[in-house]
Design a protein around this ligand. Structure first.
Ligand code: ADP
Ligand code: MG
Length: 239
């Protein structure tokens, strides 16, 4: 069962700095939503609030019928993949995948099939004995995604996961993440400043500018009917 994410008038302030100005947004169960917008517009802040890594300053954030701030972080069922892979360098790929489950108290016999399945989905079965330094950038990024999969989260959050990869690998990983979404059917939220990623991967694009939503819609809606020049410029629409 996939999860919906509903934001109602969500705000974020860092001291005197208003970063998110009352965002209303619904992400439907199983949807692949992409947040785009220029650097500093609040994409990561929004994602971190959805992940529960950051308190909201105002408004309401719901996962299905759960109010986020009333659910303990460990029970939220959210996994986040960052651009820095943050793998443990001294551990094998297997250990990197298993570690979160071990600390969560799963038994060895429960962990092994979860790790094998994630490795199979990401086609890294042959790399399980290697250390991260013996992997390519794309392989490391797969392990990072694998660490999210093993936890069987309700929602996957990606914060510019491909920005450290070269152009060719970015295209390949883009296709793989889209395939992962088709196979797993989870709700996924993906942050990028890359218009091509947004246009090719999204069910729904959320265009952000200075902590506000400019427009929400399917890629072709935004392309064909941008509400203003900002959206047109960002999506690369001819209008
Ligand atoms: P994006 O991911 O779109 O580049 P961010 O969400 O990282 O944008 O940042 C949005 C704004 O919030 C920026 O002005 C940034 O400087 C500010 N900001 C982000 N995190 C913090 C923080 N921990 N303390 C103070 N200001 C922050
Ligand atoms: Mg960011």
């Amino acid at each position: 069962m996939a999860t919906s994410v509903v934001l109602q008038k969500v705000e974020k302030r860092y001291g005197a700095l208003d970063v998110i100005h009352g965002i209303d947004l619904t992400i439907d169960p199983g949807e692949f939503a992409v947040f785009v917008g220029p650097s500093g517009c609040g994409k990561s802040t929004l994602l971190r609030m959805i992940a529960g890594l950051e308190e909201i300053s105002g408004g309401t954030l719901m996962l299905d019928s759960d109010r986020m701030n009333e659910v303990a972080p460990a029970r939220r069922g959210i996994a986040m993949v960052f651009q820095s892979y943050a793998l443990y360098p001294h551990m094998s790929v297997y250990k990197n995948l298993a570690f979160g489950l071990e600390t969560a108290g799963f038994k060895k016999a429960e962990i092994e099939p979860k790790v094998r399945r994630a490795a199979e989905i990401l086609q890294i079965e042959k790399l399980l004995d290697r250390k991260p330094k013996a992997l390519s950038g794309g392989q490391r990024q797969r392990v990072a995604i694998g660490r999210a999969i093993v936890r069987e989260p309700r929602i996957f959050l990606f914060d510019e996961p491909l920005s450290n990869l070269d152009a060719e690998l970015r295209v390949q990983m883009r296709v793989e993440i889209s395939r992962l979404h088709r196979d797993l059917g989870n709700t996924m939220i993906y942050v990028t400043h890359d218009q091509v990623e947004a246009m090719t991967m999204a069910d729904k694009i959320v265009v952000l500018n200075s902590g506000r939503i400019e427009q929400v819609g399917a890629p072709l809606d935004l392309y064909n009917n941008p509400v203003n020049r900002f959206v047109a410029g960002f999506i690369g629409s001819p209008k």
